[in-house]
Structure formats: structure tokens, C-alpha cells
Design a protein around this ligand. Structure first.
Ligand SMILES: *Cc1c(COP(=O)(O)O)cnc(C)c1O
Length: 339
């Protein structure tokens, strides 16, 4: 039995999703003629409380075209030191947009201190880059940013004339965790990038939502970076299916993550960060010198996860209760032998 907890991107489309994809009505989306892509874009835009949407090849592309649309060459965006956009997207905004990042440390809850954000905003002075945008991520490292924090951050952005972008790759996990409609979170932002290819179970795709003007600008950038896909309705159909069928069940992933966390938290030699899981991720801290051996032993027995010293386990819709039990057993037995 293989229990693959390396990422929620590992989900495979279920058979119903595959059928829906095969039957999708399609057209050339670069001509604006793919009805299924258009439907996905407007469906998710409305769900998220925005005017328009843009189907993108990936979350990286969706974040990139958002930044390129909000910012000009020589502008700056304020972002978390561990934010995906800053750390894990090959520096695209800087490389392709000449947009300077201003990374800031995170607090332990994943937020960025509002005072530090305020202090990092640059005066209008030709020595400085122009502070143009604040980018947050939610969930971040499996944590849900508090609504009160998001509202304060929005006020700060607005009063300083900053655009406000959310990397909402897993924003549905956040919404499900706080039991609110996703629009309560996404509606606060000028733009939001949402991944379909993670816990929602689609093979490919992300959607950027925002104002009609912003999305038209983003459409040009998407073309430029090679994201003008043709009969993409087959992929968009998976997205529509996922949004209508796979959101509520994210709760199961969160519950299963918590079951794993609470079943292994008392094992000597490892500690579960924050005592558990807020959404679908668990982080374990182990002795870095024994970490690789532990990881390898678990892998040989079919339980896969990643990291070194700090290990990340991600629960997703292809992990069932049997998988949870298997993972707990293998982790427990290897921990007592090796840690
Ligand atoms: C996965 C992820 C992305 C990028 O998505 P890709 O589709 O892998 O390019 C962006 N932000 C966050 C927080 C992510 O987890």
C-alpha cells in the first residue's frame, strides 16, 4: 500500500471527472470561443466575489500575470519571506517583470506583522522603488490567516494605495476550515489566484480573479508567457466539476490530517508543530541527523513525505482512512526504531 503524502498536487482525476472532461464542449480559447473555459472563469469569479476570471496553466502563471498586471517595471511588491510567490516561483516577477520583491519575515501564525509592512512601504522618493502591492498567501504552510488580520491588512493596503493580491492556492481549504463562504476571504482582495490542481483534485489549472480591467490586462500577459491554451475546455471542465463537487470534502482531509497528528504527537523523538493541523498539512520536527534515514524507512514501507529536519505531510482526497491508519503505523514504528 502506497500512502503518498508528499503533496496535494498528487491527486488524480476520479473517473467521473475524466468523463466530464471527455465530454466537455470546447472551442479555441485564444479566440475567446471555449464555452467551458468561459463558464469556469465566470463561475469562479462569481463564487469568489469578483467581476472576472482567467484560466491559467498553473498557480505560478496565475500569480505571475497578476503581479505583471498590477505592477510596472521598477515597482515593488511586499511579500512574505516564505511565500510561494517569492520563494518557489523562480523569481518570475523580478526576472520577467523587473518587479522588486520586498520580502518580510512571517509571524508564527503565518501572517506578516502589519507594523513591519507599514515600515517597509517606501516614501515617494526617486531613490526608492515604488511600493505598489501587498501579497498575502492563505492558507500558508497549512495555516489559516485570521479574518480580523485580513481586514486590517486590507485597510493598511487601501490607506497606502497598495494593490492587494492573495495567493489563494489553497483558499478553499481556508474557507472550509473557518466554515465561511470563500468570498468572505477572496472578496477582500483586488486579485486572487486559486489552484484547481491541489486538494480540489484537478489534473491542471489555476484561475486568477479580479476586476474586468485587471483580467483583460492579465490576459495579454498570459498570452506573452505562453498561457494562451486552445481547446482548454477539457481542463476547465475538471475545474467546474471540482468546484461543484470537491470543496466540502476538503473537510475530510483536514480531519484526517488531525487524526494523523494526534496519533503520533506523543511519540518520543518527533514533535508535531503547533500540536496539530489547521487544514491538510502536518509538520513534524525530528533530529536532522536522523531525518533522512527515517524518511527513507517510511518510504520503503510505502509512506511518502518530504523535508529534512522539518518534515511535511499533506493529506488529500486520494488518502482514505485505511491510508491514514497505515501512515500512522509506519511512522510510529520507524520513529521508535530510528529517532
Ligand atoms: C502550488 C502553489 C502555487 C503554484 O502552483 P503551481 O500550479 O504549482 O504553479 C502557488 N502558491 C502556493 C501557495 C502553492 O502552494
Amino acid at each position: 500500500m502506497i500512502v503518498d503524502l508528499r503533496s496535494d498536487t498528487l491527486t488524480k482525476p476520479c473517473s467521473v471527472m475524466r468523463t466530464v472532461m471527455a465530454k466537455a464542449e470546447v472551442g479555441d480559447d485564444v479566440f475567446g470561443e471555449d464555452p467551458t473555459v468561459c463558464e469556469l472563469e465566470s463561475y469562479l469569479a462569481e463564487l469568489a466575489g469578483h467581476e472576472a476570471g482567467l484560466f491559467c496553466a498553473s498557480g505560478t502563471q496565475s500569480n505571475l500575470v497578476a503581479l505583471l498586471s498590477h505592477c510596472q517595471r521598477g515597482d515593488e511588491y511586499i511579500v512574505g519571506q516564505n511565500a510561494h510567490t517569492y520563494r518557489y516561483e523562480a523569481g518570475g516577477a523580478a526576472v520577467l517583470g523587473s518587479i522588486q520583491p520586498q520580502p518580510l519575515e512571517h509571524e508564527s501564525d503565518g501572517s506578516i506583522c502589519l507594523h513591519k509592512i507599514q515600515a517597509s512601504i517606501k516614501a515617494d522618493d526617486f531613490h526608492f522603488a515604488k511600493s505598489r502591492l501587498l501579497a498575502l498567501e492563505n492558507t500558508i504552510g497549512g495555516k489559516v490567516l485570521p479574518m480580523s488580520y485580513l481586514r486590517q491588512a486590507k485597510t493598511l493596503a487601501t490607506s497606502n494605495n497598495l494593490q492587494f493580491h492573495l495567493d489563494g492556492a489553497r483558499v478553499f481549504n481556508a474557507a472550509v476550515a473557518i466554515n465561511k463562504p470563500v468570498s468572505e476571504i477572496t472578496g477582500l482582495f483586488d486579485s486572487v489566484s486559486i489552484c484547481l490542481s491541489k486538494g480540489l483534485g484537478c489534473p491542471v489549472g489555476s484561475v486568477l480573479v479580479g476586476t474586468r480591467d485587471l483580467i483583460e490586462e492579465a490576459r495579454r500577459w498570459r498570452k506573452m508567457v505562453g498561457g494562451g491554451m486552445r481547446q482548454a475546455g477539457m481542463l476547465a471542465a475538471a475545474g467546474l466539476y471540482a468546484l461543484k463537487n470537491n470543496v466540502a470534502s476538503l473537510k475530510n482531509d483536514h480531519e484526517r490530517a488531525q487524526v494523523i497528528a494526534s496519533s503520533i504527537c506523543d511519540i518520543p523523538g518527533l514533535s508535531v508543530r503547533d500540536g496539530g493541523a489547521q487544514t491538510n498539512m502536518i509538520f513534524l520536527e525530528v533530529d536532522p541527523e536522523r531525518s533522512d534515514l527515517f524518511l527513507k524507512a517510511c518510504k520503503e514501507q510505502g509512506v511518502l513525505f518530504t523535508g529534512h529536519g522539518i518534515l511535511r505531510l499533506v493529506v488529500h482526497r486520494d488518502i482514505d482512512d485505511q491510508g491514514v491508519t497505515h501512515a500512522v503505523n509506519i511512522i510510529s514504528s520507524n520513529a521508535s526504531k530510528l529517532l
